[in-house]
Design a protein around this ligand. Structure first.
Ligand SMILES: [Zn+2]
Length: 336
């Protein structure tokens, strides 16, 4: 089968499209899926660079998001059957530890991620546990289905379970995000006016170009001088000081990435005086995945697609992601 692989860590120059043996079902709970489309995430770039503490076995197949058709199932699988249209949840949890038993899969002591610690979705076939598959909503096309899981699940957990975003609150989101409508007022920033126009169409209430506007002053103005209830920061070093200055007393700052660098500084006196809460979030639980699936089946959560490229031209999509030019998800069409 054809697959998008890394032959070494250290960057996209090690990316290849190559022939590999098809994976085979090795345990009763596994399913063989023929992938129709795979979608990219910033995580893929981090994987390509080489993540500390992660040992790859090369060639490593990239991709955490994908969707396709079930081709074979292990003897204990009841949830799906050959022919089913499915999408992949990349969260691999052990099911045995205390966190898993309490329903908190993403806090699993042995948490692994498809495409990071496990062969990815950017290949013609993948074998995954049946519990990592969900039915694709009837009117959702392959590119959208492939794009759905990782970003939506992460955003959902971050805003609901972690930040506890409430109706009527103001949330500041650095960098264009998905259009999660929770009855909150969303203030979205980007360095690109084109991206902001899309964000506005997706339902953002206020859009700010952070290269031109004074984001802190604007947020203060919008909130009667108080600051945002919730700030979502996935940028890290560049936005962090402004995230804190935009946050109201008692506000919550939630972090799910560090695209401009991972090391920040924090004056602890400001933390306790303002009684801020700083939260991390990654992926989500099976319950949260069930919640976003329900919203997708109801047509309320729908990924936005930037570009679709054929498998042989995957490199182009990864480079576009690295340059940050995409508006929405970059999709690799794996099988037609
Ligand atoms: Zn576990």
């Amino acid at each position: 089968m054809k697959a998008v692989t890394l032959v070494a860590a250290g960057g996209l120059q090690h990316l290849r499209v190559q022939e590999l043996p098809e994976p085979v079902i090795q345990s009763a709970d596994q399913v063989l899926v023929q992938i129709r489309a795979a979608a990219l995430n910033r995580l893929d770039l981090l994987v390509a660079e080489g993540l500390p503490g992660v040992t790859y076995s090369f060639p490593h197949i990239l991709g955490s998001d994908g969707a396709g058709v079930v081709r074979a199932v292990g003897s204990a699988v009841r949830q799906v059957s050959p022919g089913d249209r499915v999408m992949v949840n990349p969260t691999l949890s052990c099911g045995q530890c205390a966190a898993c038993k309490s329903g908190e899969d993403s806090l699993c002591a042995r948490l692994r991620v498809i495409g990071e610690h496990y062969p990815g979705t950017a290949a013609e076939y993948i074998v995954v546990p049946a519990q990592n598959l969900a039915a694709v909503p009837a009117n959702m096309a392959w590119p959208e289905a492939a794009s759905f899981s990782l970003a939506t699940l992460t955003a959902w957990r971050m805003l609901t379970t972690r930040a506890g975003l409430q109706h009527g609150e103001t949330v500041l989101i650095w960098g264009i995000g998905g259009g999660v409508a929770l009855g909150a007022r969303t203030v979205v920033t980007s360095g690109s006016d084109t991206k902001l126009e899309v964000a506005r169409k997706m339902g953002a209430n206020v859009v700010l170009n952070h290269r031109k506007a004074d984001v802190v002053a604007e947020v203060r103005k919008l909130t009667g001088g108080q600051g945002a209830d919730v700030v979502v920061d996935s940028a890290g070093e560049e936005s962090w000081p402004m995230s804190l200055r935009s946050l109201k007393r008692g506000g919550r700052l939630v972090v799910c990435g560090a695209t401009t660098g991972p090391l920040i500084s924090l004056d602890l006196r400001r933390l306790f005086w303002h009684q801020w809460t700083i939260l991390g979030a990654t992926l989500g639980s099976r319950r949260e995945y069930g919640e976003i699936l329900q919203l997708a089946h109801a047509g309320k959560l729908w990924p936005v697609i930037d570009q679709i490229v054929p498998l042989d031209e995957a490199q182009r999509a990864f480079e576009r992601l690295q340059r940050g030019e995409q508006i929405g998800k970059l999709v690799i069409e794996v099988t037609q």
